[in-house]
Design a protein around this ligand. Sequence first.
Ligand SMILES: *Cc1c(COP(=O)(O)O)cnc(C)c1O
Length: 224
Amino acid sequence: MTIASNLHQVEEILCQKSKEAKRHSEDIQLIAVTKAVDNESTKEIYQLGVKHLAENRPEGLLAKQAYLPQEDIIWHYIGNLQSRKVKQIINQIDYLHSLDRLSLAKEIEKRADEIVNCFVEVNVSGEMSKHGVSPEELTEFIEALEEYPKVRVVGLMTMAPLGADETMIHQNFADLRMFQQKLAVKNYSFAPCTELSMGMSNDYQIAIEEGATFIRVGTSLFKE
Ligand SMILES: *Cc1c(COP(=O)(O)O)cnc(C)c1O
């Protein structure tokens, strides 16, 4: 399989699934996760027309950015971000998918030149090993972000629990959507919360059914 045929397949599925879910495929943004591939493969997916790219380490992000054109790529940072590394990347990205603590918001406030579009990462399932704000703390956490004008909460992000079956994944994503909708109706200017970042190679089809507006796909695009 080539990257082109992988991409074609993912786009077909995206179209098909959105139709089944009675959604417009344009409302679901494919993000290519390039963390596990080299500069060449990243350039290839870009040249095939995928303009939303994601990395999960500052080093990877900066290396890819140095290699690729500067004009028309939307950069997503999807990994856990240590506060001391915020300054390396915060002015280089368009979306941060892993806001999960106020100390990180504080560091963003200090280091960002402009408003940063952030997803609050939610640990829907309550797995101990996982990053993310718990559902119980979510509203309070988001309301506290009003203190940081450089942080704009565009939506919520989650990862399905490891080893979850389909039913559990559906439930997880449906829960995230319910949290998102409850926040969106509050109409907070600092937290419009209209977007849902959920779904990876193994579960993006479920995520589309459950309302994802951004899906983050790596393996399915770059597998051999
Ligand atoms: C690696 C990663 C992805 C992509 O995972 P695949 O299974 O390769 O599609 C998506 N989101 C996050 C947060 C990741 O770390």
